[in-house]
Design a protein around this ligand. Structure first.
Ligand code: SF4
Ligand code: SF4
Length: 306
């Protein structure tokens, strides 16, 4: 079934009504770009301990192997920039981790959009995803016209920035498609490369996760390499986004689940150093920070500046 621009516009309007900041649609063709780069990146071990990235290579580049019959991919972006920020003198968390686990919020909104299409426009089959399957999320967002992949490897949207979660609907219908985003608005800027505290951005667009503080303080299950300087970052790192000039357009999100609780904002360094397991459980109930576990966060705190 081939639906036209009217249906595509209705999907985008509904996405905005549901609280997404942007929505684009592209055809679910095989991906032919970046394959060699990705293979070399994996072969060089720059994915660090994220061994899951070694798996499902074919599904990652051939969407129909992930979802049989998929014809279109709807890409959406959800703002997570918090209304209130931690005091810069205190320990820092990546902004995305300030509130509740985004997976549930995103999945609910994606399911709502899927139901709208199925019930109001045309019966569809497919699936929804958010950071939970072998999908080139930033690539599909670029291809659906949302923005470009910056030198810091983030998806950047013009006049909006990069503090967004990405999600996708894989659908078995054809729709009118958007053009891939034209151009690279990074131009001659190299602020993110200069600002990266661990030089994990070894070259423009090339991240070495083994050095990245975001990886080392969240996903890493081994020992943080000797000599790594965390500074005051104890969960994630936003430096390459904070310096990005496009993030001057960031506006606080209005999603209640992504707002930090007062107790989190009030924590001082001393409070973090004395954090008990019980406090951790209460403070991070329903939060993605639980992934690092109490012991993981305590290790990061011990390595951070006093
Ligand atoms: S998240 Fe931090 S450590 Fe990782 S690339 Fe960005 S600035 Fe560098
Ligand atoms: S800081 Fe500059 S180079 Fe880096 S992603 Fe932003 S615009 Fe691109």
């Amino acid at each position: 079934m081939n639906l036209g621009c009217c249906e595509a516009n209705k999907i985008k309007n509904e996405a905005l009504r549901l609280g997404f900041s942007a929505c684009g649609i592209t055809s679910a063709d095989n991906v032919n770009e970046h394959i060699q780069y990705f293979r070399e990146w994996i072969a060089a071990g720059r994915h660090a301990g994220m061994t899951y990235l070694e798996n499902y290579f074919e599904k990652r580049y051939h969407p129909h192997l992930l979802v049989e019959g998929v014809r279109s991919i709807v890409s959406v972006a959800l703002n997570y920039y918090p209304e209130r920020l931690l005091d810069e003198e205190q320990y820092q968390f990546a902004y995305y981790a300030y509130g509740k686990d985004y997976h549930e919020v995103m999945r609910r909104k994606l399911n709502d959009l899927f139901s709208f299409i199925h019930n109001e426009l045309h019966p569809v089959r497919g699936a929804v995803f958010c950071d939970m399957a072998p999908i080139l999320e930033r690539y599909w967002a670029w291809r659906a016209g949302l923005g470009w992949i910056g030198k810091n490897t983030q998806l950047i949207m013009p006049k909006a920035g990069s503090y967004f979660f990405l999600g996708e609907l894989f659908l078995d219908i054809e729709l009118e498609y958007d053009f891939p985003f034209q151009g690279d608005n990074c131009e001659s800027c190299v602020r993110c490369l200069n600002a990266c505290p661990s030089k994990a951005l070894e070259q423009p667009y090339k991240l070495n996760a083994r050095k990245c503080l975001s990886y080392l303080t969240i996903e890493n299950r081994g020992v943080i390499p000797e000599g790594t300087v965390l500074g005051n970052r104890i969960y994630g790192c936003d430096e390459c986004q904070k310096v990005c000039p496009w993030n001057r357009f960031a506006v606080p999100c209005n999603i209640q689940e992504f707002q930090p609780v007062p107790a989190f904002l009030e924590m001082r360094k001393e409070d973090w150093r004395n954090l008990t397991e019980e406090q951790f459980r209460i403070l991070f109930k329903g939060s993605a920070v639980k992934r690092a576990k109490y012991e993981g966060l305590k290790t990061n705190i011990e390595l951070a500046d006093i």
